[in-house]
Design a protein around this ligand. Structure first.
Ligand code: NAD
Length: 251
C-alpha cells in the first residue's frame, strides 16, 4: 500500500481525472480529502468512496479564492494533523475562440482557475507538507507544449503551471518536497464531452491525431499523478510527465 497512513488532497475530485485519482490514492490506503466547487460531483465521488470502504472527506472549495484555499489547508491540518501529498488538478477548458475573438474576462477567468489556483494551493500546502516530507503533482496539459488553435487562455495557463512546477521543485528539492506536473493528452472526461458538444469537428480531429487512435480513460492519466506523488517516484522532481497516447511525438 503506497499511501498507508498518508493524507492526500485532490482538487477537482468531483469529476474526471481528479475523481479517478482520489479513488486510486484511497485504494492505496490513503486518507483522501477531495476538494471541488461542484458539490453534486463531490457527493458522487463520496458515494463511490464509501461503496468501496475508502476514507474520504469532501470539501466544497473554489480553488481560485485565496481565503478558501487557506481555509482548505487549515481544515486538513485540524482534522488530520498533516498533509503528505497534493494533486492540484481542478481546471476548466475555457471555450474555443480564436485569439482575436477571445473574451477578455473569460481569458482572465481561465488563468485564475487553471494557474493562479496552482500558485495558491502550493503556497498554503508547501509549509505543511515540508513538516513530514512529501510530494505535489500539478495538472498541466499537452497544451503546455503545443499550440492548440482556439485555446489560447488554456495553453497559456498550462505553460504557466509547467513553469510554477519547476520553480516550486527547485525551491523545495532540498526540503523534502518533490513537485511534478502531469500533462494529459485527450482524456475522456466530462470536460472533453462538453468540448465535443461545442465543436464535434475539433473533437474528431483531436481523436484522429492521437497515434494510439483513442482518448485516455481518466484512470490512465490519474495513475501517473499517483505514481508521481508516491515513494516509487522518490528521485523525480521538477518534471512534467506526458500521458498522451503518443500525441506529442507525432505519428
Ligand atoms: P472535469 O471537468 O471532468 O473535472 C474538473 C473538475 O474541476 C470539475 O469537477 C470541476 O467542478 C472542478 N473545478 C473547476 N473549476 C474549479 C474551481 N474554481 N474550484 C474547484 N473546483 C473546480 O475535467 P478533467 O478532464 O478531469 O480535468 C482535470 C484536469 O485535467 C484539468 O486541469 C484539465 O485542464 C486537465 N486536462 C484534461 C484533459 C482532458 O482531455 N480531459 C487534457 C489535459 C489536461
Amino acid at each position: 500500500m503506497l499511501f498507508n497512513d498518508k493524507v492526500i488532497l485532490v482538487t477537482g475530485a468531483g469529476s474526471g481525472i481528479g475523481r479517478a485519482a482520489a479513488m486510486h490514492f484511497a485504494k492505496e490506503s490513503g486518507w483522501v480529502f477531495g476538494a471541488d466547487r461542484n458539490e453534486t460531483g463531490l457527493d458522487e465521488t463520496a458515494g463511490m468512496m464509501s461503496a468501496s470502504g475508502y476514507r474520504f472527506d469532501r470539501l466544497k472549495v473554489d480553488v481560485s479564492d485565496e481565503a478558501a484555499v487557506a481555509e482548505l489547508v487549515r481544515t486538513i491540518y485540524d482534522k488530520a494533523g498533516r498533509l503528505d501529498a497534493a494533486f492540484n488538478n481542478a481546471g476548466i477548458a475555457g471555450g474555443n475562440h480564436w485569439l482575436e475573438d477571445y473574451p477578455s474576462d473569460l481569458f482572465a477567468q481561465v488563468i485564475s482557475i487553471n494557474l493562479f489556483s496552482i500558485f495558491l494551493c502550493m503556497k498554503y500546502q508547501i509549509p505543511l507538507i515540508r513538516r513530514n516530507g512529501g510530494a505535489i503533482c500539478n495538472t498541466a496539459s499537452v497544451a503546455a507544449l503545443t499550440g492548440p488553435g482556439g485555446l489560447s487562455a488554456y495553453a497559456a495557463s498550462k505553460c504557466g503551471v509547467h513553469g510554477l512546477t519547476r520553480v516550486a521543485a527547485m525551491e523545495n528539492a532540498s526540503k523534502g518536497v518533490r513537485v511534478n506536473a502531469l500533462a494529459p493528452g485527450l482524456t475522456d472526461t466530462p470536460m472533453v464531452a462538453a468540448t465535443r458538444v461545442e465543436n464535434v469537428a475539433f473533437d474528431n480531429m483531436a481523436r484522429t491525431a492521437v497515434p494510439m487512435k483513442r482518448a485516455a480513460q481518466p484512470d490512465e492519466a490519474a495513475a501517473a499523478a499517483v505514481w508521481l506523488c508516491s515513494p516509487a517516484a522518490s528521485y523525480v522532481t521538477g518534471q512534467m510527465i506526458i500521458v498522451d497516447g503518443g500525441l506529442t511525438i507525432g505519428g
